[in-house]
Design a protein. Structure first.
Length: 387
């Protein structure tokens, strides 16, 4: 091994290749995933019949207001997370019950799919009805027929196996689809200019004429998997591959009183795992490589967390380990788990909102108990002066 390949950057890429090899091995061994992927992308007539999903994911609506946030400007910052981001529907339901309407939604990758529905003014139930009605061909468009030509041309003109056009058509076909500048709630999403190596935020303020479908297609473009999207002569992909917690718009907006970070794919509360002693365990290097692989993303999220300080409440919508390895793709392809994830997002968001509500009650009780004591002290003081 020469010195020019063991610099820190190359070393991290080596660890990432180790993780990727592990993921490829898991995919190869997971017959269930391969079957589901084939059913979704190459359905066979009569054999692969569409499965209807139950859209009744919520119990009856119960108002649970959080008075401490009444009249406050609240923002949502949602991480990346593939199909796991469907849990954002449950988060939206918890916010409806709390009487909280976001003033801004910033998202990336998969969370842009459901964040844009929320920003368009759909209720959580409408979001669930729409999402659970999809068929695989509605939002997946793998270019199997073009792959031989790409290979023969040494991958010239190839930037992804899927086009992403199906998702764009799906959203543009809806009556509520409109330019993002006309959304009921301002929306921002982070994208990465592959040509120039720059991060950009596109949305209601910076790209008001773009449609929801265009923004989503750009947000889910993953190099090699979903082809990049051209805009103004440059190719763009999902900005979540650089920064999966797109908090910059709310950090820069002093009018935002409180921020809810909705986390799907990073460790809980943005705290890294404890892997001390990894070197003494069988295959412990795998743990270390995963720790290093997520290190950049986690550090960026924690820096934003520190900048936001007490303005930030992190909601861990799902267990982030659900998105490890092959599950990252499986949760997007296999929609059967979406109702469960929606309910999970609701429960976890409601738990955090209940915590804010309980803290508010505790402060009120503490204030009420102090006032009588202060009044008694004043009376004793007045009595002593009179004597």
């Amino acid at each position: 091994m020469t010195l020019d390949v063991i610099d820190p950057y190359s070393l991290q890429r080596t660890f990432e290749r180790v993780n990727r090899l592990r993921h490829v091995t898991a995919v190869s061994a997971d017959i269930g995933f391969l079957r589901r992927a084939r059913q979704a992308t190459l359905p066979l007539p009569l054999i692969d019949r569409p499965q209807a999903l139950d859209g009744h994911v919520f119990k009856p609506f119960v108002a649970r207001p959080v008075k401490a946030l009444r009249g406050k400007r609240v923002a949502i910052v949602a991480t990346a997370g593939s199909g796991g981001c469907v849990a954002l529907i449950g988060v939206a339901r918890a916010f409806e019950e709390a009487g909280i309407r976001p003033a801004l939604i910033s998202c990336c990758s998969g969370s842009t799919i459901w964040g844009s529905m929320w920003a368009a003014g759909l209720s959580a139930q409408q979001m669930a009805d729409f999402s659970l009605s999809w068929r695989p061909e509605d939002y997946l468009d793998i270019q199997w027929h073009r792959l031989p030509r790409f290979l023969l041309s040494a991958l010239r003109d190839f930037s992804g196996l899927a086009k992403g056009a199906a998702l764009e058509r799906l959203f543009d076909s809806q009556a509520w689809s409109r330019p993002v500048g006309e959304l009921e709630i301002p929306l921002m999403t982070i994208v990465y200019n592959m040509d120039l190596g720059d991060i950009e935020y596109l949305g209601s303020a910076s790209a008001p004429e773009a449609t929801i479908g265009q923004l989503i297609r750009m947000s889910v473009a993953l190099p090699l998997f979903v082809e990049s999207v051209e805009m103004d002569g440059h190719l763009y992909v999902d900005g979540g591959i650089i920064d999966p917690f797109p908090a910059e718009p709310v950090i820069a907006d002093p009018s935002i009183d409180h921020v809810f970070g909705v986390n799907f794919m990073l460790p809980a509360q943005f705290q890294p795992e404890e892997v001390t002693g990894w070197q003494t365990h069988p295959l412990g290097l795998m743990k270390a490589s995963r720790q290093l692989e997520q290190g950049n993303h986690l550090e960026l999220a924690r820096r934003s967390q520190r900048q936001l300080g007490e303005r930030l409440t992190v909601i861990d919508a799902i267990d982030y380990t659900l998105l490890r390895g092959v599950s990252f793709y499986d949760l997007f392809i296999d929609r059967r788990r979406w109702p469960e994830l929606i309910r999970l997002g609701y429960r976890n968001a409601r738990r955090m909102l209940d915590g804010l509500r309980d803290s508010e009650r505790s402060r009120r009780r503490a204030g009420n108990s102090v006032r009588p004591r202060a009044r008694r002290a004043q009376l004793r003081s007045a009595s002593s002066r009179a004597a």
